[in-house]
Design a protein around this ligand. Structure first.
Ligand code: NAD
Length: 460
C-alpha cells in the first residue's frame, strides 16, 4: 500500500511540473487575477483528492513549520522590526502542534423513522485571506492548515510591511505540499501585495469566502464585500484582578501575558483593572518581581506619551518593541530583565483606552468588583475579543464572563492560555470576534450540507 501511495505522489509531481511548465511551484503571481484563477483551478483538482491525501498535505505544512520556525521568525523580526524572536518561534511551533487538521470535520447524523440525515462539512471553494503584520507567518501557517484541511484553496493578501517573509512562507508551503503530491497553486499570492491588490481579490467573482485577520479597517472592508466574510479584528483585553485573587501569581501572569512577543498578540493583556483593596499589594508584587519597571514621575510619563502616541493613536515605530527600546526613547536605562513598563493611570488615559501593542501595562485602580465589570466592558470597546480575570470567587468569574461576552475569557493564567499555551484546547491566530465564529479551525472554512437518505439506515 505504501508503495502505491508513493507511486501516486510521483505521478502527481510529474503532472504538476507539466502543468506549471516545470517552474511555477511558488504560488506567487504578478497579478491578482492570475493568482485567483490558478487557485480556482487548483481547488477543482484538489476536490479529487482523498482525505488521506489531505492529511499528508497538512503533515507537510507542519513539517515546514518545524524546519523553518527559527529562520522565519528571525526574518519576521528583521523585516517588521517588531516582536521577540523566541516568542515568535514558540508561536510558530504552537501552530504546527495545535492547529486542528481534518479531524476537525466531524460529521453529524440524525436518524429516525424517516431514515438517515447526514450533515457534512464541505469546502467553500477559494478563500481570500488577508493577514496581519503582527503574526505574519503564524497566521499564514494556521490559515493554510485549516483552509486546506477543509478542502479549499487560498489566495493570501499579506500585510505589505511583512511582504518578504510572508511570500517566502507561502513559497515554502507550496514547495512542500507539491512534494507531498498536492496540485500547484493551492496557495497563491501576488508578488507585490498592496491594498489595491487586496481590493481586486475581495471583488473577484471566483473568491467564495473572505477571511480578514487585522484591525477594524480590514474587517469593515470584508464585511462590506457582499460575500461570506469572517472578521478577526482588534482587541483591547483588560485583566481584572479582584480581592480574592492569588495576587503574587496574578502579578507574574499579567507581566508574562503582556510581554509575550512584546505585546503583539491580539489576546495579550493591554491594561489592568485592580480593585482598590489589593491594588497596592499587586504593585508591590509586580515591583518585587524585577520584571516590571514603574514610571512614576509626571515628566517621564509626559515624554512617554509624546513618544508612544501619534495624533492620539499608537505610534507605529514603537509597536512590538521591547521595554528597553521604549525606555531608552525617553532617556531611561532599565535592567535587561525588565519585560514591561508599568504605571498607574486614570481610566480615560489613551494608554488604557488604545490597543497599544507595546509592552506597556497601565494599571487602573477601581473601587470594587462592580466598578471593575463596568470599566472592563467599556475599555474592551465591544470588540468581544479577549478578557482576563484573576479571582478565586467563582461568582465574580462567572459574572464578568457573562457580562463582557468576549470570545476568549481566561481565568487565573496569562492571556496566552486562551490560545493553547498552558491552557487546554487547540490554537488559532484568527480569532473571529466580530463575526462570531470564535477561534477558527478547519470547520469554520466549510459549508454545512445536508444529505438525506429516506426510510433506511435507522437501526435504533
Ligand atoms: P492592519 O489592519 O493594519 O492590517 C491587516 C491586514 O489588512 C493587512 O494585510 C493589511 O494590508 C490589510 N488591510 C488593512 N486595511 C485594508 C483595507 N481597507 N482593505 C483591504 N485590506 C486592508 O493590522 P495589523 O497591524 O497587521 O495587525 C494588528 C491588528 O490586527 C490589531 O488590531 C490586532 O488586534 C489585530 N489582530 C487580530 C487578530 C484576531 O485573530 N482577531 C489576529 C491578529 C491581529
Amino acid at each position: 500500500m505504501a508503495q502505491q501511495a508513493d507511486i501516486d505522489i510521483l505521478v502527481r509531481q510529474v503532472m504538476n511540473r507539466l502543468q506549471t511548465g516545470g517552474t511555477g511551484d511558488s504560488g506567487i503571481f504578478a497579478g491578482m487575477n492570475d493568482a485567483v484563477e490558478a487557485a480556482f483551478r487548483a481547488q477543482k483538482e484538489y476536490m479529487k483528492f482523498t482525505l488521506a491525501d489531505r492529511t499528508r498535505i497538512i503533515g507537510a505544512i507542519r513539517k515546514v513549520i518545524y524546519d523553518n520556525a527559527e529562520e522565519l521568525s528571525r526574518l519576521t523580526v528583521e523585516e517588521t522590526g517588531m516582536g521577540n524572536l523566541q516568542d515568535k518561534i514558540l508561536k510558530n511551533r504552537l501552530v504546527a502542534d495545535k492547529t486542528p487538521g481534518i479531524e476537525d470535520l466531524t460529521s453529524e447524523a440524525i436518524t429516525g423513522d424517516s431514515g438517515l440525515t447526514l450533515i457534512e462539512f464541505s469546502p467553500f471553494g477559494v478563500i481570500g485571506a488577508i493577514t496581519p503584520t503582527t503574526n505574519p507567518t503564524e497566521t499564514l501557517f494556521c490559515n493554510s492548515i485549516g483552509m486546506l484541511a477543509a478542502g479549499n484553496s487560498v489566495v493570501f493578501s499579506p500585510h505589505p510591511t511583512a511582504k518578504n517573509v510572508s511570500l517566502k512562507t507561502i513559497e515554502l508551503i507550496n514547495r512542500a505540499i507539491i512534494a507531498a503530491g498536492a496540485p500547484p497553486n493551492l496557495i497563491t499570492a501576488v508578488q507585490n501585495p498592496t491594498l489595491e491588490q487586496a481590493g481586486i481579490m475581495m471583488a473577484h467573482p471566483k473568491i467564495n469566502m473572505l477571511v480578514a485577520t487585522g484591525g477594524p479597517g480590514v474587517v469593515k472592508a470584508v464585511l462590506a464585500s457582499g460575500k461570506k466574510a469572517i472578521g478577526a479584528g482588534a482587541g483591547n483585553p483588560p485583566a481584572v484582578i479582584d480581592e480574592s485573587a492569588n495576587i503574587e501569581k496574578a502579578a507574574l501572569d499579567i507581566i508574562k501575558g503582556c510581554s509575550f512577543d512584546h505585546n503583539l498578540p491580539c489576546v495579550a493583556e493591554k491594561e489592568v483593572l485592580a480593585v482598590e483593596k489589593i491594588a497596592d499589594y499587586l504593585l508591590f508584587c509586580m515591583r518585587g518581581s524585577g520584571l516590571a519597571h514603574f514610571i512614576e514621575d509626571a515628566a517621564t510619563l509626559k515624554r512617554l506619551e509624546e513618544q508612544l502616541l501619534s495624533k492620539g493613536a499608537p505610534a507605529k515605530n514603537f509597536i512590538g518593541r521591547s521595554a528597553q527600546v521604549i525606555a531608552e526613547s525617553v532617556g531611561l536605562k532599565i535592567d535587561a530583565k525588565v519585560r514591561v513598563l508599568s504605571m498607574e493611570l486614570p481610566f480615560d488615559h489613551p494608554f488604557v483606552q488604545h490597543e497599544l501593542m507595546m509592552p506597556v501595562l497601565p494599571l487602573v485602580r477601581v473601587k470594587d468588583f462592580d466598578d471593575a465589570v463596568r470599566k472592563a466592558i467599556e475599555v474592551e470597546h465591544g470588540f468581544r475579543h479577549t478578557a482576563i480575570m484573576h479571582s478565586r470567587n467563582v461568582e465574580h468569574l462567572s459574572a464578568l464572563a457573562k457580562a463582557i461576552q468576549t470570545t476568549i475569557f481566561v481565568k487565573n493564567a496569562p492571556s496566552y492560555a486562551g490560545i493553547g499555551v498552558g491552557g487546554e484546547g487547540y490554537t488559532t491566530f484568527t480569532i473571529a470576534g466580530p463575526t462570531g465564529e470564535g477561534l477558527t479551525s478547519a470547520k469554520t472554512f466549510t459549508r454545512k450540507r445536508r444529505c438525506v437518505l429516506a426510510d433506511s439506515f435507522n437501526i435504533k
